[in-house]
Design a protein around this ligand. Structure first.
Ligand SMILES: Nc1nc2c(ncn2[C@@H]2O[C@H](COP(=O)(O)OP(=O)(O)OP(=O)(O)O)[C@@H](O)[C@H]2O)c(=O)[nH]1
Ligand SMILES: [Mg+2]
Length: 347
């Protein structure tokens, strides 16, 4: 299952206690202090992993807990330090502290590490407290507790271009045509229930990552259809590719449909409506003959004041020109803005 948000309690290991003990040797009944130090507690560390695309694997982890340090031993032996717990998370995971609501880390690159909770320190044993005036200290320290906190993980997929459009517009079909991805395709709305990524190869060894999102509908920002929660996954993209069906099955007007999606982007906020956008009218193989597709293109170009491409993911028409335009637009596009530095709904 695709899970892109979750809460996680984390607890670092406690430091082991230092101990009080005495050296015992033959003919030396009252040896000096020999209590060892406790070991430090283990840290809980989150690590970005590009192989992961969901938090689904973390389901059976109600609390992420690192090992405690061991108690000190006799003969000045230190206790063993607790092992760190390394929790892999998908690359693109943003971490918020639930209590403060603040962003505390954003793990984007494979292997990025973040210490989520620091282990406690081991206490010193009595051997450490011997001085010239006190050669038999009876004092040892307890270990300190490890950090305990609750965090919220939010995933924003790492993609360069985000595919948006109404259900059935042809988003998944295009992703499948341009990349090796194999999303489910069908002639009914809401076929795609989770975002999919594909890598699109361009000439000269260039490439970009294309994200296919579940279809949006009017009122998505108010929770209609699948809602707008998947729009979070285009937040890191630098470019939107907006697909428009020139002759939707429900008889709706393609231009009105285009504006519906634009309104949802605006309602979502986070500057998504300012993101550079390319528009493509799909299914040219079906609707070119009677001029319907071309008419839709010219109306859209006028209304939206953008270049509009006419494509078919089935026949391949217009795809080469679209890729050239995408590559150019990507070169010119500014970097995606930072992810939010606060949770809007800390819970
Ligand atoms: N003839 C033709 N059919 C297409 C083309 N692109 C998509 N289709 C068809 O349109 C229907 C919907 O395509 P999808 O790719 O599943 O649409 P989607 O936008 O991903 O839809 P959701 O996942 O429901 O949001 C399918 O029956 C496709 O076969 C095209 O270029 N030509
Ligand atoms: Mg789809």
């Amino acid at each position: 299952m695709f899970i892109d948000e979750r809460r996680l309690k984390i607890r670092a290991g406690r430091g082991g206690d230092g101990i009080v003990s005495w050296r015992r040797e033959a003919r030396e009944p009252k040896g000096g202090p020999a209590g060892g130090d406790g070991g430090d507690g283990g840290d809980v560390i989150l690590r970005a992993d590009v192989q992961l695309t969901t938090f689904g694997d973390m389901d059976d982890m109600p609390i992420a807990r690192a090992e405690d340090g061991e108690r000190g031993g006799r003969n000045k032996c230190s206790g063993r330090a607790g092992k760190d717990l390394v929790v892999p998370v998908p690359a693109g995971t943003t971490i918020y502290d639930v209590e403060s609501g603040h962003r505390v880390a954003d793990l984007v690159t494979d292997g990025d590490l973040w210490v989520a909770a620091k282990g406690g320190y081991g206490g010193r044993g009595n051997a450490r407290f011997a001085t010239s005036t006190d050669q038999a200290p009876t004092r040892a320290e307890e270990g300190t507790p490890g950090e305990l906190r609750t965090i919220r993980l939010q995933l924003r997929l790492l993609a360069d271009v985000g595919l948006i459009g109404l259900p059935n517009a042809g988003k998944s079909t295009l992703l499948a045509r341009l990349s090796a991805a194999t999303p489910k395709i069908a002639d009914y709305p809401f076929t795609t229930l989770a975002p999919h990524l594909g890598i699109v190869h361009l000439p000269e060894f260039k490439r970009f990552v294309l994200a296919d999102l579940p279809g949006l509908i009017e009122g998505a920002s108010a929770g209609h259809g699948l809602g707008d929660r998947f729009l979070r996954h285009v937040e890191r993209t630098r470019l939107l590719l907006h697909l428009v069906d020139p002759a939707p099955m429900d008889g709706s007007d393609p231009i009105a449909n285009y504006h519906t999606i634009r309104r949802e982007l605006e309602a979502y906020g986070r500057g998504l409506d300012q993101r550079p956008e390319l528009v493509a009218v799909t299914k040219a193989d079906v609707w070119s003959a009677d001029g319907l597709a071309a008419e839709c293109c010219s109306r859209l170009a006028q209304e939206a004041d953008r270049d509009v491409h006419l494509i078919s993911a089935v026949s391949g028409e217009g795809l080469r020109a679209l890729l050239v335009a995408l590559a150019r637009a990507l070169d010119a596009a500014p970097p995606a803005p930072e992810v939010p530095d606060r949770l809007d709904d800390p819970r």
